[in-house]
Write a protein that binds this ligand. Structure first.
Ligand code: SF4
Length: 322
């Protein structure tokens, strides 16, 4: 079985219908990222590789649960045995927590501002992380922007102070201020992820009004100076209307600066709910471009310890899936 091809097909489909024994204990519900506010997700795993699928009532991919996590997944004439992985918090093998389930910005593809949730108490978050600590390899923190960039960074730093004491690598993905990289490194954070979100500044301006592409890009460079090459990541969505050439330039820009891009197929939601999700062919094509960029600049995704590049659930990751 060609895992790369299968994963591209599953990522393009994005959803799965559950059949057989109830998947109790294997469904993860999220308040951030591509699955925020949905019916939940399952993580299908085969030979140490994984893919996240959103649970749905309809769709071309079916997953039959035989019990105890053993499953058969069917799509078209493909039928593959594998297992379901339980999530630590949000994803397998990590406690990935979202601090503020609300956001003052309105990125057009994002459901978080529509959910209008609350901000979690650091002591409650620490208690939840401690509950899963023996089942995770890493801790990761993300957050919407509940009031201001500075206020959110301050909240996240007070949480980081508690979580670094738990003895696992900690990754942080928030919207950074110019001081954020150094402040987080001083607290003992291992890896950071500042999301450029779109392949070009013009597309970013259309998708994320009020946010500053060049400020994020500058924070990424600053972070490489502080955390080192390969310990700094950036999500870039594709399917927003960019060309492969736009993506190629963006990947070259990031990888030549020591930053590992996280190339993510658009999850059509919020204002972009009717935009088609990228096809399996495009996902495979983007993966080739991504692989070339990483190889040319000596970046290895297998060294990632936290967040999406370590998880791989939502993306085809060169070096881990290929
Ligand atoms: S790849 Fe990232 S967003 Fe997707 S499930 Fe894993 S940690 Fe969450």
């Amino acid at each position: 079985m060609d895992w790369k091809r299968l994963k591209a097909e599953l990522l393009a489909a994005n959803t799965v219908r559950l059949e057989g024994v109830p998947c109790t204990g294997f469904i993860s519900r999220s308040t951030a990222g591509p699955t925020a506010g949905g019916e939940g997700s399952v993580f299908f795993s085969k030979d140490g590789r994984r893919v996240r699928l959103s649970v749905a009532r309809e769709g071309r991919v079916r997953l039959h649960h035989h019990g105890e996590g053993r499953v058969t997944i069917r799509t078209g004439d493909l039928e593959i045995e594998g297992k379901l992985e339980p999530a630590g918090l949000h994803c397998p093998r990590q406690a990935y927590v979202n601090v503020s389930e609300r956001c003052i910005f309105h990125c057009r593809y994002c459901t978080v501002p529509l959910l209008g949730g609350g901000t979690k108490d650091p002591a409650d978050i620490e208690a939840r992380v401690r509950e899963v600590l023996d089942r995770v390899d890493a801790i990761a923190i993300t957050s919407g922007v509940s009031d201001s960039l500075e206020g959110e960074e301050c909240r996240v730093r007070s949480l980081v102070k508690r979580l670094v004491l738990l003895g696992k690598p900690v990754g942080v993905s928030i919207y950074p201020t110019p001081e954020t990289p150094q402040r987080l490194q001083d607290l003992g954070v291992s890896e950071v992820k500042w999301n450029l979100e779109a392949a070009t500044p013009a597309l970013f301006a259309r998708m994320c009004p009020g946010l500053d592409y060049h400020a994020i890009r500058a924070s990424l460079d600053r972070s490489v100076e502080i955390f080192g090459e390969g310990a700094v990541y950036s999500n870039v969505l594709f399917g927003l209307g960019e060309s492969d050439e736009n993506l190629e330039r963006c990947i070259e820009d990031l990888t030549s600066s020591g930053i590992i891009p996280v190339l993510r197929p658009l999850n059509p939601a919020a204002e972009l709910a009717t935009v088609p999700r990228p096809s399996a062919e495009r996902i495979l094509r983007v993966c080739e471009i991504h692989e070339k960029g990483l190889r040319c600049h000596g970046l290895d995704t297998r060294k990632a310890r936290t967040m999406c590049t370590a998880c791989t659930g939502c993306d085809l990751v060169p070096g881990r899936d290929t």
